[in-house]
Design a protein around this ligand. Structure first.
Ligand code: COI
Length: 353
């Protein structure tokens, strides 16, 4: 793979939790082009510098684009690990299909990512809770204003050293149930990781933040009855002895951390079900004292305890606003595998040599 080197490396920020999320970017990026007729080509690593784009470029107008979120972790022996990358590539190609973007060769982007990580290895932070966030993205680059799928695309991977996704770190999050706006409908793009899903969620997110919440808990668009997800994470509830997460009905992002947690729970013999769960069931359980824990899962959010849910102007505190034992077990298991402080019985980690 072609590598174009920088003349001078960038200055690095302080690598602790003050990094926040997505503010700093590394020296290099991976890029690959697509043109109809030629297919995906010209995969290379180049300096991460601003690129000029014609303002008629498709993606600026109709948001034909998709992305992924992954992380690289520094291991105790200094090597670099990534978590289940093949799951991200497979999901990204499913998102591509939904958005009329041509499927890409997964082995080429995996090789590109590994080369990129090796070049930018000094950007992987080591402080607890930090990691190198990986953002693979595809955008439609044809210069055209007709509402049609583009015939040209740019695939890129940029890297960002990050701390916690939430400004308050591992403190339990505060969610407000959204019963005005909707995120996704069956048959829409909710299960694809496409740009527009996130733009469409911002109004509700902003209003929630103004009221002092971290994010919204989305309900299904049809009946505003069933819990779906949080937008940057999937949601789980511990009710009585059962862990419940909404089934992937078509409007929910199929999270890789979600899938990993379900596997861990099953293997530990903890009952876990993927099923429809109404907000009324969650609130009833809280009132009866059986809603023991709630947590969100995601690459950026990791495993985030939920301390409070507001629904119809009433606040419901969960587990006294503290992280519960199942949340803690999952956090320790998943981050233990990722950071190499615990065994990886599933072989989920890929070491970049
Ligand atoms: C991730 O967890 O990687 C995400 O993509 C969620 C969000 C930061 C958009």
């Amino acid at each position: 793979m072609e590598i174009i080197r920088r003349k001078q490396l960038k200055e690095k920020p302080v690598f602790d939790n003050s990094l926040g999320f997505g503010h700093y970017f590394t020296d290099y990026m991976f890029t690959m082009k697509y043109t109809a007729g030629e297919g995906w080509h010209d995969a290379k690593i180049e300096p991460n510098e601003p690129k000029p784009f014609d303002l008629a470029t498709c993606v600026f107008h109709y948001a034909q684009g998709i992305f992924e979120g992954m992380k690289a972790f520094r291991q105790p022996d200094g090597s670099i690990a990534i978590f289940r990358p093949e799951e991200n590539w497979a999901r990204m190609n499913r998102s591509a299909t939904r958005m009329c973007i041509p499927n890409f060769p997964e082995d080429v982007v995996e090789e590109g990512l590994e080369e990129l990580l090796k070049l930018d290895r000094d950007w992987i932070p080591t402080a607890p809770g930090t990691a190198l966030y990986i953002r693979p993205t595809i955008v439609a680059t044809r210069i055209m204003l007709g509402v049609h799928a583009s015939t040209e695309y740019l695939f890129f991977i940029i890297l960002s050293p990050v701390g916690s996704y939430y400004a308050h770190g591992l403190e339990p999050t505060r969610l407000v149930v959204e019963d005005t706006y909707t995120r996704a409908t069956i048959g829409g793009t909710g299960e694809a990781k496409c740009l527009g899903n996130y733009a469409a969620s911002m109004k509700a997110g902003e209003e929630a933040e103004e009221k002092g919440f971290d994010q919204v808990l989305w309900l299904d668009a049809n009946e505003k009855k069933y819990v779906e997800e949080v937008g940057s994470m999937n949601i789980f509830f511990v009710i009585g002895g059962e862990v419940v997460t909404p089934a992937l009905v078509g409007s929910i992002l199929p999270g890789i951390t979600r899938k990993s947690c379900i596997q861990v729970l099953k293997d530990k013999g903890i009952p876990v079900s993927e099923r429809r769960i109404s907000i009324d069931e969650v609130i009833a359980a809280q009132k009866e004292g059986t809603l023991n824990e709630a947590f969100g899962t995601g690459t950026a959010a990791v495993i985030s305890p939920v301390g409070l849910i507001r629904y119809k102007d009433v606040d419901y505190t969960i587990n006294g606003g503290e992280m519960g034992p199942i949340t803690k077990m999952l956090y320790d298991t998943i981050t233990g595998i990722q950071y190499g402080t615990a065994p990886d019985p599933y072989n989920w980690k890929k070491i970049v040599k």
